[in-house]
Design a protein around this ligand. Sequence first.
Ligand code: AGP
Length: 613
Amino acid sequence: MCGIVGYCGPRRVVPVLLEGLKRLEYRGYDSAGIVYLEEGRLVKYRSEGKLSRLEAIIDEAIIAPSHIGLGHTRWATHGAPTIENAHPHSDCTGELVVIHNGIVENYHQLREELRGLGHRFVSETDTEVLAHLIEEYLDGDLEEAVKRAVARVEGSYALGVLWAGMPDTLIAVRNQSPLVLGVSAGEGTFMASDIPALLPYTRQVVYLADMEMAVLSAEGYRVISLATGLLQEKEVQQIDWNAAMAEKAGFKHFMLKEIFEQPQAITNTVSGRINLQTGMVNLPEITAAIGDPAAIERILLVACGTSWHAALVAKYWLESFAGIPVEVDIASEFRYRHLLIDRRVLTIAISQSGETADTLAGIRIAREKGAKIVTICNVVGSTMTREADATLYTHAGPEIGVASTKAFIAQLTALFLLTLSLGQQRQTITSETSLTLGRELIGIAAVIEEELPRMQEDIEVLVEKYADSRDFLFVGRGRNFPIALEGALKLKEISYIHAEGYASGELKHGPIALIDKDMPVLALVPQDEVYQKSISNVEEIKARQGRIILFGTAGDRQLAAITDDVVYLPRIHPVLCPILYTVPAQLLAYGIATRRGCDVDQPRNLAKSVTVE
Ligand code: AGP
């Protein structure tokens, strides 16, 4: 996600834009830019990297006598974080600029059409298409041109538009990406991705709804429905957050905010990659790099930490649906063992940051041995993505909390998309299965969105009971065994409680000696193909007075007979339970850690990206 800001009013615009971008930098910090109108011409400043580098080049412009402009801080989704790809983007004339947060899914097709009409593109971004599309429709009426342009766009956008031909007007459009207006008599009119950018000037805000366009001037604003063309009466709301809270959108910690952003992370990662009618998956960047999928003899998944857990889940999926043998390696082990790999082995590195030293070393060794390298990564232009043959990007947006949550869920989403893609290309899954699983994947975002508040309440009860535990066991079977590992990692890395994840069937081979009345054991027991085995394992724990917590399927009456501490989750296709069952485990770790007064967003001894061996 990116941060966008705009202003028109009595204040000098450059300081307003820079202050707003500072307060939105948590949304993305690959590159930044501003544009303002001065004496009838657009003045643009852009820079790579953090906002401080943009501020360093602006110098005397800070006092520019301009009162209207736009600003953008980027979280790259299409195109590396270079100056050419930094927003604002211009049309051919240079008299119209746009800033954008979201994904234009059909930008390839639109770009080719516009090129055919003579438009010249200078960036790799999807956003630049919007500037040329508006230009194509512009014949003096900016509102009409923007309406016609967005009608051609598939995808998500929070859009800001400024045209030298209408020097007193900004246009804002919202569809599936947040956009809020700041309104205050005598202060002018503001637009921003999020509240923090508005707080220094006003606490009176107007939230735009999807497919609404706002026309801003120094005197005020009007909001039009793009569906009906009618003027919309909008409620002005009073914000009572302080700036720090506002950066977290009212959440106490970034980690909790990012847990609640997971439905959007799934939707953004799936967006534009799956046909809603057939379930067919389209990953052109990966297909081109992999070549003939029938020639893949083996897949090697390499990662660390939470990303390694995503790899473990993917092994079950890829072997079940793509029919390819899969090996999973911890990167720090992979790089030092005797590797038997060559071109017939597809090596996939999974990394949220794209900078993890062990994983990076792993793919370099694999490449030396002739393997094809694909990365699954959340940071455009990171080192791993530049060294791979192809990258399947997750679109989770910047993950600030050190404990990975939404990036992990987005990794699982991307890995499932890859599984479907390979299965479809190798014809190891039927069209019916594609349709079923594709729809389940698309639908799981809404399931999580709807269930999150209730999960949080259920987990709060468990936090009360278990926050003082000294040890914790997490157990799961099959594709949910890695989620037991992930639940244990989340708990130990933010609450500092010793926690271990085990395959349920493994307990009887030693760890069961740990079970007594003081040992909490959280078991993942969805009603799937190994359910009865999982329940037998739970009975073994109960027989030894273990304190049992169950995550299971709504309506499963057997669970309450085993323990009082049950979190019921919606019945979904068992194959996708790893995605759904991760969420309450994250909430449990978060709840216990906050109850214990731990620094949830920056736990002791940890770093967001481990760039050393
Ligand atoms: C996740 O909660 C941890 N912070 C850590 O295990 C992390 O997953 C690991 O360091 C790998 O990071 P990466 O995904 O950026 O490569």
